[in-house]
Design a binder for this molecule. Structure first.
Ligand SMILES: Cc1cc2nc3c(=O)[nH]c(=O)nc-3n(C[C@H](O)[C@H](O)[C@H](O)COP(=O)(O)OP(=O)(O)OC[C@H]3O[C@@H](n4cnc5c(N)ncnc54)[C@H](O)[C@@H]3O)c2cc1C
Length: 439
């Protein structure tokens, strides 16, 4: 599993290496009953409790100095209901295991993020999303949830059962209870044709509305210090499968996108002045390509170069203006940014604290190579995003607090009222939740 948590000296660390914690104790429950018992015991000892996934969040949302609950023994598919078109999965299942297990059954999720290392519960709890014109985040594909709440009881929710809990708990920030099982809507496995193509920055922005409207999944990467982007359009295909040939795939996805990119980042970190010329070269290194493959293989790709990230959702209509401001800021600053800026979209959804709650959204993500100072870049970017009523990804670096969130989420008070009811003693507290939820 991708978690970097270390048992040796009792210190837990996230994937980005920017968050660590020393839990009082660790538990690896093998059943819902054992997990509920761990929560009850923590309450007796007056300790907070936090379930972790694979530590892929860049914020301290998963950090705890209390009882850390590990997901490893709560994995696998619990039930497949072909009539309802749903699959119920244990909450600790890594997305990559879920994808493979579903494919074996001829089934698939509708949309995915960029990677599949995370656990199901970790991914949904922060609102993990990919890009989509009609299909939204992973949490938006949930049909029912099972949770262990602060008193150690098991709570089920769906649109029909405890609908107020269902509205919020699909993206629960780990604040409402410990998710033990997730029921997803699934569909017959499908193929996607990916078209990757370099395009000038100005043209992507000028044609963004058409590119978004004409493609089921459109995204692009802008390379700072250049006017270049790489666009990606994924659309459903009747086949035949035409995957990237293994050697070409290795060269482009491993050697160029990970190996050479890693070296370029090392050089850039040591000699920042080399970053703009390297960006000019690397933004042109990947040529256009088209391939057709099983959906999850097209949605996701390996990310081996470690980085830290900030990502904000803004109203979709504000995208072009916001990106132009971001580019102008980078151009006139002494910043040297070696990582591309990723742009994606999601349709409005109905989840209380989803970054796309009630509004069609565009996502802008800024990254910095691990070990490079990122504060100046992220602070300047965040100033631009918040001026457009941006909502930060719950699992990616930001500096916002409850007061800010109550302004950008019309249903913020609904979430905190539910939390007051389900967890009045704040069994699932940590410093991050205190900041973003206000108590
Ligand atoms: C390389 C990389 C690529 C990424 N790509 C994307 C992307 O494409 N799109 C995107 O939106 N995000 C992306 N992310 C962010 C990532 O998907 C989220 O941060 C996600 O929450 C991480 O899942 P995790 O399993 O590692 O959970 P963790 O980070 O370990 O935990 C996240 C939260 O989930 C809670 N949690 C975990 N298990 C449970 C449970 N059983 N019950 C209740 N709460 C629980 C934790 O307490 C914590 O609050 C990426 C991150 C990295 C490092």
């Amino acid at each position: 599993m991708g978690s970097t948590a270390s048992a040796k000296n009792g210190t837990w660390r996230n994937w980005g290496g920017n968050v660590s914690a020393r839990p009082a104790r660790e538990v690896t429950p093998a059943s819902v009953e054992e997990l509920a018992e761990a929560v009850r015991r923590a309450a007796e000892d007056r300790l907070p409790v936090k379930a972790v996934g694979t530590g892929h969040s860049f914020t301290s949302i998963a950090a705890t100095d209390g009882v850390l609950i590990r997901p490893q023994l709560l994995t696998g598919i619990r039930d497949i209901d072909r009539t309802a078109g749903t699959v119920t999965v244990e909450a600790g299942t890594p997305l990559k295991r879920l994808n493979v297990a579903l494919a074996r059954e001829g089934l698939s999720l509708t949309n995915m993020g960029d990677i599949m290392e995370q656990t199901v519960s970790g991914a949904i709890s922060t609102g993990t999303h990919g890009t989509g014109r009609d299909s939204a985040s992973i949490a938006a594909q949930i049909r029912a949830l099972e949770l262990v709440t602060a008193d150690g009881s098991v709570l089920h929710c769906s649109e029909k059962e405890n609908p107020d809990v269902f509205a919020a708990a699909r993206i629960g920030l780990g604040a409402l209870g410990i998710v033990t099982a997730v029921t997803f809507a699934v569909e017959p496995m499908f193929l996607l044709t990916a078209r990757e193509e370099p395009m000038p920055f100005d043209r992507v922005l000028a044609e963004f509305d058409e590119l978004h409207a004409e493609n089921e999944h459109f995204e692009f990467y802008w390379f700072p210090h250049t006017g270049n982007t790489n666009t990606k359009r994924n659309n459903r295909s009747a086949g035949p499968e035409r995957p990237v040939p293994p050697l070409k795939g290795w060269f482009e996805d491993e050697f160029l996108s990970n190996g050479v990119f890693q070296v370029a980042n090392w050089v850039g970190r040591a000699l920042p002045a080399t970053i703009p010329p390297i960006a000019q070269i690397s933004s042109k290194a990947l040529s256009a390509r088209t391939y057709t493959d099983i959906s999850y293989k097209v949605f996701t790709s390996p990310r081996r170069v470690r980085f830290v990230e900030m990502e904000y959702a803004i109203p979709r209509e504000a995208l072009a203006g916001t990106l132009k401001e971001l580019k102008a800021m980078v151009d006139r600053s002494p910043l040297r940014v070696s990582f591309p800026v990723e742009v994606r979209t999601a349709p409005a959804d109905d989840i209380t604290l989803s970054t796309a709650s009630g509004r069609d959204s565009a996502y802008i993500a800024v990254h910095m190579f691990r070990g490079t100072p990122y504060q100046a870049y992220f602070t300047a970017a965040e100033r631009i995003f918040t001026a457009h009523e941006g909502r930060p990804h719950w699992g990616k670096i930001h500096t916002r607090d409850a007061e800010y969130f109550s302004g950008v989420y019309p249903r913020f008070a609904e979430f905190t009222a539910l939390r007051d009811r389900l967890d009045p003693e704040r069994r699932f507290r940590n410093d991050y939740l205190r900041r973003v939820l206000g108590a």
